[in-house]
Design a protein around this ligand. Structure first.
Ligand SMILES: NC(=O)c1ccc[n+]([C@@H]2O[C@H](COP(=O)([O-])OP(=O)(O)OC[C@H]3O[C@@H](n4cnc5c(N)ncnc54)[C@H](O)[C@@H]3O)[C@@H](O)[C@H]2O)c1
Ligand SMILES: O=C(O)C(=O)C[C@@H](O)[C@H](O)[C@H](O)COP(=O)(O)O
Ligand SMILES: [Zn+2]
Length: 358
């Protein structure tokens, strides 16, 4: 089992990565909780809920299952889960277990953050993408007008990552998760970026390779989060590819593209803008070819209206007074921020479509 520690503002928590951990969640948890609510989704439940439930030998364990998919990161599911907390009699000594991908993690984390003004929760990630979402403490639900608009910073007390669960992911969820690994490489480890895009992803990636990529991604993320938990400065860099990515997700309709697919298009755009505005030498063609080879839906942008996308980018959390603030790269491994007015962004988006995406 591999282990990493992350220093949050008010506690230190560990990330454990290993094979088959789901069978030992109950015994790996630090502290004792008389009452536990496991929150998961309708696709993960038949696969892993019983294993996790059985791992608890003491305490009352209740479960709540939300419909799988991005649309569940919403006010309705949030309210239903709070009702489940109340009806199951959870109190301030109870624990929420978020068993699933980023949707369950963000939603269950937000429930834990707000129920009785905050109770403990642990993340039990089951997707590759959740190497990113399970650490750092950003928890949220979406609003029709924008991703993660309602949320807070609230770190888990532990992250228990059972690598064996990743074996049941469909291929498009593997590539979705890899978009955030590519992002982490672009931000702080050009070697990781180059390693990933030199590979052909398959459904049976070697376990050692996968663990190595996940650990490198988590290490990059946690180093940034430890410096700036509440995103006053350098944490904004973790949003590379998300200014356009989030606009695509909400404009297309939540769940039409996966988060990673939208971020992948956003990464290409960030590289394109970095080249145009900073003269940066960017591996745009290499990344494009790798994404295309793996079937990322690169033509999704064509069907979306540019001015609608810009309006959505202006509502991004990094924007201020309607001025869009994008993460760019001076070179691989050297992120920076730049502000954009609508017209310039509109021109860049149109040229990007013509020069890179067509
Ligand atoms: N909080 C953060 O820092 C952060 C970081 C990155 C992304 N996110 C959020 O994470 C979400 C995306 O997360 P995701 O990609 O994990 O999506 P997800 O949670 O929707 O999971 C993807 C799909 O895979 C299924 N699934 C999950 N685990 C499985 C398994 N082991 N085997 C088979 N199927 C499985 C799910 O049921 C779902 O249908 C987005 O809402 C995004 O905004 C948050
Ligand atoms: O942890 C962060 O900080 C990130 O930006 C990681 C992103 O991958 C993630 O998608 C995050 O939820 C985006 O946050 P948001 O504040 O832009 O909604
Ligand atoms: Zn993301």
């Amino acid at each position: 089992m591999k282990e990493l520690s992350i220093q949050a503002s008010n506690h230190l928590y560990k990330v454990h990565i290993g094979s088959g951990l789901r069978h030992s969640i109950g015994s790996l948890i630090k502290g004792s909780y008389p009452q536990i609510l496991i929150i998961t989704d309708s696709e993960v439940a038949p696969l892993y809920l019983e294993d996790v439930k059985q791992s608890f030998s003491e305490g009352r364990v209740d479960t709540a299952v939300i419909p799988a998919g991005e649309q569940s990161k919403c006010m309705h599911q949030y309210e239903q889960l709070l009702t489940a907390c109340i009806e199951n009699g959870l109190d301030r000594n109870s624990l929420v277990v978020a068993l699933g991908g980023g949707v369950v993690g963000d939603l269950a984390g937000f429930v834990a953050a707000t129920y009785m003004r905050g109770i403990d929760y642990i993340q039990v990630p089951t997707t590759i993408l959740a190497h990113d979402s399970s650490v750092g403490g950003k928890v949220a639900i979406n609003h029709e007008q924008g991703k993660n608009m309602i949320g807070c910073f609230y770190s888990p007390t532990q992250v228990l990552y059972d690598i064996e669960t990743l074996r049941t992911l469909p291929f498009y969820e593997i590539r979705s998760g890899y978009a955030e690994i590519v992002k982490h490489g672009c931000l702080d480890n050009p070697g990781l970026f180059k390693d990933v895009i030199s590979r052909k992803l398959t459904s049976d990636i070697q376990e050692e390779v996968l663990i190595d990529h996940l650990l490198q991604g988590i290490a990059i993320k946690s180093a940034i989060v430890e410096q700036d938990e509440k995103e006053k400065g350098v944490r904004k860099y973790l949003n590379l590819g998300h200014t356009l990515g989030h606009a695509i997700e909400s404009e297309a309709g939540y769940g039409r593209l996966t988060h990673g697919e939208a971020v992948a298009i956003g990464l290409l755009f960030a590289m394109y803008v970095s080249r145009e505005k900073l003269g940066a030498d960017m591996p745009i063609t290499e990344l494009y070819d790798w994404l295309e080879q793996h079937g990322y839906p690169l033509d999704a942008l064509k069907s979306l209206n540019s001015s609608h996308l810009i309006a959505r980018m202006k509502k991004d959390k990094k924007s201020s007074a309607g001025i869009v603030n994008m993460v760019l790269l001076q070179k691989l491994g050297e992120p920076t921020m730049m502000e954009f007015q609508d017209q310039e962004l509109n021109d860049l988006l149109n040229h990007f479509q013509e020069e890179v995406m067509s």
